[in-house]
Ligand binder design. Structure first.
Ligand code: NI
Length: 162
């Protein structure tokens, strides 16, 4: 298990657009494993490669149903709307209200570069949107309605950082 340092807001790597992955090299495979280790260690539900300083289109997500590895992900369908609290491992201790689609379907490649499709509602749909935004250099803080605020203890139980 290898943990990588999570970059925090203000680090300009978080504002840059990521490059496509054309081949799953041993080095990128190691990155995927490290991203999963780092996400679980930080009790997050999602992590994107730029959050560990790598400008590649790779995302890992686990909202409690097991790990998803998304390489070169794109949203192919979305519908509905949900408004709720969102957080990010790169903005520790903070949370804000963001409106996202209620249902999202993504197409990506897995760590073996096979095409996969996943769809989800609620937190999973939110995580897809949040993590894919990271690949464009977009932080959820730019989408927050009202004020970003400190996470309180009562919220921490079901808080999900991505
Ligand atoms: Ni995030």
């Amino acid at each position: 298990m290898a943990l990588r340092t999570i970059r925090t807001e203000g680090d300009e790597v978080l504002t840059k657009k990521c490059r496509m992955v054309t081949e799953m090299t041993p080095r990128l495979r190691e990155l995927v494993q490290d991203m999963l280790d780092t996400m679980y260690d930080a009790s997050g539900v999602g992590l994107a490669a730029p959050q560990v300083g790598v400008l590649r289109r790779i995302v890992v997500i686990d909202v409690g149903d097991g790990p998803l590895v998304l390489v070169n992900p794109e949203i192919v369908e979305q519908s509905g709307e949900q408004t709720g609290e969102e957080g990010c491992l790169s903005v520790p201790g903070m949370s804000g209200v963001v409106t996202r689609p209620q249902h999202v379907k993504v197409r990506a490649q897995n760590e073996d570069m096979e095409t996969v499709e996943y769809e989800g509602d609620d937190l999973l749909a939110r995580a897809f949107c949040h993590e894919l935004d990271h690949l464009e250099g977009r932080m959820y803080t730019s989408l927050v309605e009202g004020e970003l605020h400190e996470v309180t203890y009562s919220e921490e139980e079901d808080d999900a950082d991505e």
